[in-house]
Design a protein around this ligand. Structure first.
Ligand code: SF4
Length: 304
């Protein structure tokens, strides 16, 4: 039987991470059929059948940790949706017994958050990342093509989970051009984010060849979307390598003004500031004029 481990991989948002696949080889096991999915299309399922035993996967993780001592995160993911793995609680319990200071992370599409058993298992993770691609029923159906799921119900359950879960909650929204990127979509998402109050919101778009013929949104538009969101939210837009974003020059007053209005992520600084402005920014940081907080591997900066 092959190992459940892949990586370590260097992720832009979560640092050095050891990937744990709960599904294994064969067709993907997912209850969504997202337009942007990079895995080949497969029949939707509501649970993962014939999965490996949790003790077998935990042994693979333990063995890999002995070889890769420098990783930041152990990331539970799947060739599909990891919360459909029926022994998630047992597996997270086993890994927590030996993981030491490494953080346990799960990347979920968020679809099972109304299930009390799943929420109990998610409570064992240091960081939970849930997807929320739309807060409007029509766009949600178009982009995620779910197995009978209503986004308003999901948003309510995500809010309840936030109330129960004191560790780090990250929401991710992936935008597809012409599908979930209208101003109406952004307004509804902003209301949902404010209700759920995650620690971080990741905005992204298609990065790898998708299963269907759909287009990514431009990075400028992603940044425009970020600027439309409530200024109290910590929003991260990860730059794509080689993306042609125009870097700019900012004075000390401009930097102060920007960071008083909303927190900026490390990726914003790297993508938008020219070399001179970066030097100024980091000198302000070193002298304590700018505050810094790391949220699940991504740094945010703001001024008071
Ligand atoms: S939730 Fe993930 S695995 Fe499932 S269809 Fe969407 S992108 Fe693919």
């Amino acid at each position: 039987m092959s190992s459940s481990i892949f990586g370590p991989v260097l992720s832009r948002r979560f640092g050095l991470s050891l990937g744990v696949d709960l599904v294994g080889e064969g067709a993907k096991k997912c209850n969504y059929d997202c337009l942007y999915c990079e895995l080949p299309k497969a029949e939707k399922v509501s649970s993962i059948q014939n999965a490996k035993e949790s003790s077998v996967i935990a042994d693979d993780v333990k063995e890999a940790l002995q070889r890769h001592t420098d990783i930041d995160f152990i990331t539970l993911t799947a060739n599909g949706e990891p919360t459909l793995y029926p022994k998630l609680f047992e597996l997270a319990t086993l890994i927590n017994e030996f993981k030491g200071s490494k953080k346990l992370l799960i990347l979920s599409n968020g679809s099972t958050i109304c299930d009390a058993g799943v929420r109990e298992a998610l409570g064992l993770f240091d960081v939970v990342k849930l997807s929320l691609d739309s807060a409007l029923a029509e766009s949600f159906k178009k982009i995620d093509r779910p197995l009978g799921i209503n986004p308003q119900k999901l948003i309510g359950c995500m809010k309840s989970f936030r109330g129960e879960y004191a560790k780090t909650l990250v929401l991710e929204t992936l935008f597809v051009k012409g599908v979930n990127d209208s101003d109406e979509d952004i307004k509804a998402l902003n209301d949902a984010y404010k209700e759920i109050r995650p620690d971080r919101i990741d905005l992204s778009t298609i990065d790898r060849p998708p299963a269907y013929k759909v287009e990514r949104v431009e990075e400028e538009r992603l940044r425009g979307i970020a600027s439309m969101l409530d200024s109290s939210l910590k929003v991260s837009v990860a730059s794509r390598k080689n993306e042609n974003t125009k870097v700019r020059s900012f004075s000390k007053d401009e930097i102060n003004y920007m960071l008083r209005n909303r927190p900026f992520s490390f990726f914003d600084i790297e993508a938008l500031y020219n070399e001179e402005s970066k030097k100024l920014f980091y000198s302000m940081l070193a002298s304590g004029q700018i505050k810094e907080q790391e949220v699940a591997g991504t740094k945010f900066y703001w001024c008071c």
